[in-house]
Design a protein around this ligand. Structure first.
Ligand code: ADP
Ligand code: MG
Length: 250
């Protein structure tokens, strides 16, 4: 089946998602529908299943039960082209995972050439555009080891964007950074959100969730405990577990 993405088709639709590792059920029935342009912030204690949730969305983990549709396409359809769907989804991790032996430019062009089949000149053009977008045009020829953590994460975001994804998943993108470098990465993410990118962001940055998020999801023990408009949930959490968590981080 081929689906044409449009404003009425959810970017991501997760139904009854369960995931176990052996006897350990870490996702216990998750339902989330994300429309194009939404910025969904996922918050919760360590071990609550946030990373596993993101990883199942692009099938880095296979669900045990439930369904995931990306732009209307069933990710679990055995006849489906999962790799093709995956190229629609960008992912940014806590650890930047840049290739240390390649220049910034090569980090941004290699997958464009190998996965999307772009010519080197076109890949370079896209890469330069994306580096400009994250404010790193002057680092084209640098190696990642010579950049700060904040700059490396901005390169990782630019690398993801170079694949022209329809949506971006962020797993604690600023958690590995020194505090003074967090802001520059959040600013790039805010810019991206304001450009209309569909985003799912696991984060402990409550300011970002409040200012930039269109929805706030609180997870605990493999389930969604509470969700809603970020300013509302942050100011007035209904559930005791959300209250307890937020009282520690706010
Ligand atoms: P969070 O990102 O919210 O901290 P995770 O999704 O990383 O939570 O982990 C949720 C639970 O799943 C934890 O108990 C973790 O030990 C377990 N888990 C995650 N990945 C694996 C794996 N590959 N194999 C076994 N257990 C895992
Ligand atoms: Mg995690």
């Amino acid at each position: 089946m081929t689906a044409t993405p449009d404003a009425a088709t959810p970017a991501i639709e997760i139904k009854g998602l369960r995931k176990s590792f052996g006897d350990n059920e870490v996702l216990k029935g998750i339902d989330i529908t994300i429309m194009p342009g939404e910025v969904v912030c996922v918050v919760g204690p360590s071990g609550s299943g946030k990373s596993t949730l993101l990883r199942t969305v692009n099938l880095l983990e296979e669900p045990t039960h439930g369904s995931i549709h990306i732009e209307g396409v069933d990710l679990l359809d055995p006849d489906g082209d999962v790799d093709k769907v995956r190229t629609r989804i960008g992912m940014v991790f806590q650890q930047f995972n840049l290739f240390p032996h390649m220049t910034v430019l090569r980090n941004l062009t290699i997958a464009q050439e190998k996965v999307l089949g772009r010519k080197r000149s076109e890949a370079r053009q896209v890469a330069l555009e994306m580096l400009e977008r994250v404010g790193l045009s002057d680092k084209v020829d640098a190696h990642p080891g010579h950049l700060s953590g904040g700059q490396q994460q901005r390169v990782a975001i630019a690398r993801s964007l170079s694949m022209n994804p329809d949506m971006m998943l962020f797993d604690e993108p600023t958690s590995a950074l020194d505090p003074e470098l967090v802001g520059e990465v959040l600013a790039v993410m805010q810019d991206l959100a304001e450009s209309g990118m569909t985003m799912m962001v696991v984060t402990h940055e409550m300011g970002f969730a409040r200012e930039v998020g269109s929805r706030f999801i609180f997870m605990d023990d493999g389930a969604i405990v509470e969700e809603g408009e970020p300013t509302t949930v942050l100011a007035n959490p209904r559930e005791p577990r959300t209250q307890a968590f937020l009282s520690k981080v706010l």
